[in-house]
Design a binder for this molecule. Structure first.
Ligand SMILES: *Cc1c(COP(=O)(O)O)cnc(C)c1O
Length: 224
């Protein structure tokens, strides 16, 4: 079994090669190591190997882990944000990647203000308008981004999205392209992170312009 360190190095190498294929330097893409279900000891191993952006999906699971591991790294919330958990998100996370409506954003901004923090946010886009998926509809994304950008304690930093689950990775490319087009329509100062690409499809996502990939399985192995 390869170690966490070996996995991270291999993933970084694959990201760098995909970035070069898209005409960009390796440093153009930020790796977020997704640590849901992973215990603090293995998270520390990942940090020691250079992971400095970590992603969690569930507030209840994440808070004790963040307290154990500390704030020397950047924590990304990548799960569905419930209204009653916004205060914890504002307290513990540096970026929330899943803002998909104005009410959620206003609430998060108020909570961030109350705890004296500024939170970076991404707008989550439901790229293929799938019924069961969260995320704002593609045609409403730019308007929502504008409204979120005006909230006092949030810093709009880009977009996040997931293509529909397809057996052939190649078929996900049109969805990555669509998200990239919406990203390009944002005001320039908000075009910082285009968060797309996971273990199964991150090279295609980077080739299509991703600047942030969220990777769990390829680093920590299959989740049980
Ligand atoms: C779990 C998760 C990931 C990581 O998925 P892997 O396939 O294990 O790389 C990325 N993004 C989100 C939103 C997730 O929930």
């Amino acid at each position: 079994m390869p170690t966490i360190r070996e996995n991270i190095l291999a993933v970084q190498e694959r990201i760098a090669n995909a970035a070069r294929r898209s005409g960009r330097p390796p440093g153009a893409v930020t790796l977020v190591a997704v640590t849901k279900t992973i215990d603090p000891e293995r998270i520390r191993e990942a940090i020691a190997a250079g992971a400095n952006n970590l992603g969690e999906n569930y507030i209840q699971e994440a808070v004790p882990k963040i307290e154990a591991v500390g704030h020397g790294v950047k924590w990304h919330f990548i799960g569905h944000l419930q209204t009653n958990k916004a205060r914890f998100a504002a307290l513990h996370f540096d970026m929330v990647q899943t803002v998909d409506d104005l009410k959620v954003a206003r609430n998060l901004s108020r909570k961030a203000e109350a705890v004296g923090r500024n939170i970076e946010v991404l707008i989550e886009v439901n790229i293929a308008a799938e019924e069961q998926k969260s995320g704002v509809q593609p045609e409403a994304a730019v308007d929502l981004a504008g409204e979120v950008a005006s909230l006092p304690s949030l810093e709009l930093a880009g977009l996040m999205g997931m293509p529909p689950f397809l057996k052939k990775t190649e078929e996900t490319r049109p969805f990555f392209r669509k998200l990239k087009d919406i990203f390009d329509a944002l005001p320039k100062e908000h075009q910082i992170y285009l968060s797309m690409g996971m273990t199964g499809d991150f090279e295609a996502a980077v080739e299509e312009g991703s600047t942030m990939v969220r990777i769990g399985t390829a680093i920590f192995g299959p989740r049980t």
